[in-house]
Design a protein around this ligand. Sequence first.
Ligand SMILES: [Zn+2]
Length: 648
Amino acid sequence: MKRNWIYFPFAGLVAVALLVWVAKQAFKSGERPPVEKPIEPPAPKVGSVPSPSAAPAVELHRFPGVIGPTNVSHIPPPPPTDWRRYSSGGTNRLAILLTEPDSAWLGLAHGLRTIGVPFVLTTNTAHALTHRVVLVYPQLSGAVLAAPELRALAAHPRTGGTLIAANVLGGGLEGIFGFAQAVPSKAHYEIGFPTQHPLTAGFTHPRERVIRVAEPKNPAAIAGTHHYTQPAVPPLAIYEDGSAAILLRPWEAGYACALGFDPGYLLLLGHNNREEGIARAYVNQFEPSLDVLLRLFKELYRAAAPAPVTLGTVPFGRQLPVLITHDVDYNRSLTNALAYAEFEASVGVRATYFTQVKYLRDFNDTAFFNDTAPPILQRLRALGHELASHTVCHSKVFSRFPLGTGTECYPDYQPFVRTPILTIGGSVLGELRASKFLLEKFGGQEIVSFRPGHLSNPYALPQALVATGYRHSSSVTANDSLTHLPFQLNHDRARAAETPVFEFPVTIEDEEQPPLGQRVQAALDVARELARYGGLMNVLIHPDITGHKLQFERDFVAALKPVAWFGTVNDFASWWAARNEVAVDVEVSANFAVVSLLVPQPLNGLTLQVPAGWRLQSFEPAGLKVTPADAGLVLDQVPPQARLVFRR
Ligand SMILES: [Zn+2]
């Protein structure tokens, strides 16, 4: 097919000069800008602006007869997520007694789903107390609970229950938790676990022993932090000044546990990518601050629930999930991608190719999404890999693009990157729509995963992804999200309304120094930490070159193949979304525990974590395949309902 360049008229000498300059820049662009946070430009005219009358000439690759998409993308105003969505389930679950529905409970709910602890939300104290393990959130005080409720909660640890509470601010329960006073402070930024305790024994890395909860230079940014004075037993966790952050007082068969902070708020800071300055790294390192909190909840639940059964985070009970992801965003990358793809197929690894659909020439590069692209896309697909979107124009200021109309289509949609901080004519919906349309047209595969250029992350991205038919996002780094676990995204990256899209953050990238080929051991070191709790290893390799980057991948895959599960973003994300809807309930009798599973979506390779010493006696349906693995029991091809009977 012959290239068809379209020339648009331009006006005035200024535009001519600009065009010459832009063209020079385009030819110079041998290297891609790094995958850094978008530059925050000082000038007011940033982001994407409509085409001015003096727009430079646009050179566009036209695929004859190809126009689309023809549908309209619509973003309805979201109904706030009702806490009752999380209100059903049996008494073996953790009960969250919600004392203020206008709080960050959605972050807590998403976090517990992620770590695999079954829970229910309730606003009814009597109902909560039918559960052995109760978490009062976001505060426990006389301001939010009546005196009889406070008395009933106080009795819970004395009668075999476990009472966990965030921000114990009164109500006369100081003695139960074992402190004199809760003192508000806006100076705290770190929480450390100084003592040897079975619940925190798994926190062995220095970044697990001490986690970040605020920016050291700006600790006041965190809301609702307290410390507890005169602890009756040595605190489980302390702030950087030694004051008590988490109290854990043993009672009868359980505990009274007081947190001096709001865990839902912290989870939302990370999940919403609003952690500014808290994380100790941007990428390539181990930053488990939120994971430590979630694992602490899981350990507490396992220690205190009558029959704790939790869900593993890795398909088929493997030690960690590994996603090999490629950003194809440079004129030589499409061809180089084949070298990676052939290698991956030869070792049975399916990877994800986030491909920039660059049909316009601009400041960044040539219009490399041209007639050479379709055969390469088809080969990638034939090798078993996932095709995914990496935008049309790969703008550094994508995060500031207007939302768009939802009618953008190829070839009329023409975002033009003029400088690193100025793109003309781009929109969030336009980037999503036009790239998905062309990749589907020429790749022959439904496009469901998205990653922005430079991980430039608009607030409207979650709902824009939903509106344009995407299901999975990989748009942030793990370090910048304070977690190595996937999480569910909220509308506007805020706290009121969840979307069905999950985020799979980037763990390792290839543009920091030293060169990737020299970082195999460093990446494996991070993988080793993640394997201890099933954290996600999402590796981003640009196929701009082969050489040391391809060698890295060969060495990395060889080292992890024996222990890791490998798959595409869509493979893992589909598994994750199905796992997210699994309901686990347990009925116990003297010698037996009956585990009931409701699995509304098809799911293969679910891992059930049951207490040591449980012996599987029988299960239904009879054809269910149950296999022991390191991390628990693996269920193949899980039916919509299953029942497992254990002797305990
Ligand atoms: Zn890129």
